[in-house]
Write a protein that binds this ligand. Sequence first.
Ligand code: ADP
Length: 742
Amino acid sequence: MLTKATFILIDFLAIVDIFFTVNALGRMKEDYARYLSHALKAAVVAILANMLIAISFHPVFAEISYALYFASINWIVLFLTGFGLLYTEHQTITRALTKPAVVLIGIDTLSLAGNVIFHHVYSVYEKTDLAGIVYYQTVFKIPYYIHLAIDYTMLFVVLLALLYRIRKNYSMYRIKYVLILAVLLLVVLMNLAYMTLELALDASVVFYAVAGTLIYFCIQIFVPRSLMNVAIVRAIDDMNEGLILFDLSHKCIYANAFSKVRLKLDTSEIGLDREPLATILKSIRERGTEYGQEPYVKRIENENGQVLEMHYNFRYNELTDVKGRSIGSYFLIEDTTENFRHMEEIRIAKENADAANQAKSSFLASMSHEIRTPLNSVLGLNEMILRSTEDPQLKEYAENIRASGDALLGLISDILDFSKIEAKRMEVKPAPYSMHHLLRDCYNNFIQMAGEKGLYIRIDCDETIPASLVGDVKLIRQILNNIISNGIKYTKVGGLSLRVTASAVEENTCDLRMEISDTGIGIPEEEMGHLFDAFRRINEKENATIQGTGLGLTITKELVTLMDGTITVHSTLGKGSTFRVTLPQKVADAAASGEFRLHEVDSAKNQYHELFHAPDAQILLVDDVSMNLKVVKALLKKTQVQVETAGGGLEAMEKCRQKKYDLILLDHRMPEPDGIETFKVIRTDGLNTETPVIMLTANVVSGAEEEYEQLGFAGYLSKPVRGEELEKAMAGLLPKKMVTYV
Ligand code: ADP
């Protein structure tokens, strides 16, 4: 039995609870939340009225309190109905019913208020409970049942609305309405129980507070949560990846559809000790880790009886809560079959491309070799004519042969360079160099060619250019050579101006700017975009007489890019072109180089003169082509070195066992054993293990130079061998005491 004090305390707690719920509802923006909030505010009035009833000491006081209580119940039901209808998304019905319902409840409220005056809805009488406590109780009259009928009709409408939604909606959304229905039914049952039991103190009002809180939790937390859970499970089931969750005791708590279908497993069967999980875990642990990933191949038979390989990647990981505490583990399974097939295709394509590239490289190597070998004889013997004849006519013919041979060599070099760039094997090898030297070299290289066409070459080099720069001078020379030779090729009158400046960028770096202008035929505007395209020549018909492959500028551009520089072109048709190259260079010596001066071109430049005499030097020359032996021997004649020849590797090895030489010149490509095999034997066996060996080769494809260096060759000269170059290389390698420079 409730005492009045406990009863009032419970009511008071209910009001506090409502206060918090109303506060929370205030933060929601939905209409139904507003209605629920109103219902709870009316419930506060009902609870207060209930407290007044409990402490009533006079029948009139009790009667007024009962009037307030019944009226507030009316309004609770009205607002609850509004909430129910809006929550079940029956906005139209709500709009249609609001006004009549408010009028009806208004009249009912008035009739309750009038009850005190007219005494016709209910009457109040005194009652004493078992503990002897006196209360005022009500006796209902017919009009009160009308009032009750209005309330229950409204609640009935809400129940219908809820049932309608429960029936109409997908299972996932049913939960939303079932929860609200349950709470409302509980309110109604509590109310009915109070009326049937005719309890003196109506504690059921407390349930308005509890119901309000429950509804709030349902709509704000349970419903969204359960909706989210259902949605997540659906989404995970639809995923194209497998997910298996285990709790801390390694019991499977969830496996999505992918895992079950693809691995043909039942949730009850899935365990860390079942295949394929056990094998995968074993492999991961063998690597010394608890978690990790592992590929897995499953063979399945399709409907045609074909066995297909399905590739998966299993990722095993720890499952942690928001605070990082371990709460289990999970497998993520990814189907990598497509990736695997793509990778296979790429691998095969790459293999094919590599093979094709290999074929191209070997074609280029042999083409280069095949052209260079006879050219070696042609140019070598031509050199002999130049050296020995005094007949001007004959000398002119021989000069022409040399020029054509040089052009042919240039073409081969361009093609090889291009393939080197394509294969990304062109490397930048920076070293200190002097800009003045480089410019002088360029000038000397081209002045004759320009002079023959009546063209000038002017060089203007900024005095402040650092005395020593660091860059790949070989590549920079190649860039200048390409642009200058084009300038000469495509200019009929006038000449070329080369201007070089440098601007400091940082303490040890500068931007080197080289500007090469010509007064040539110019480049049409529309062709500018294709200037750097490989194998593309402009005005092919008009320029047909000018030698070229259309590779020069492509290579130039690639080299500039390789060195992180830029190249731009400005050209006016008929007036000339200007190529501007900017290259970032390191500075080795920042002192200004001063005024640039061209040394007088040695008028006897083309007049051969041997570099040294070494009559005691013993040289072994190895080549399988007797013509080459003859050429090299003739080229070295004036140096007075003693040349012995060997027609092949075996003969060379034999000779090396018998005699110690001061230098060996060895051809690369020979029938078995080739130059490299011969070299290896000489290095380990006989009297010449220490003798410097220069490789003479027609193989100048990418990587050859590095390869020879690695093998231990003292030097490497490409065919056709030039007399001067050969002498220069030999002079540095022969014992110093034997060499007398002339
Ligand atoms: P090519 O071997 O034909 O000279 P390049 O790549 O060096 O190949 O040049 C491509 C084309 O650009 C040339 O065919 C030529 O028509 C044009 N060209 C290059 N330099 C000049 C220049 N200085 N003046 C006019 N045209 C030029």
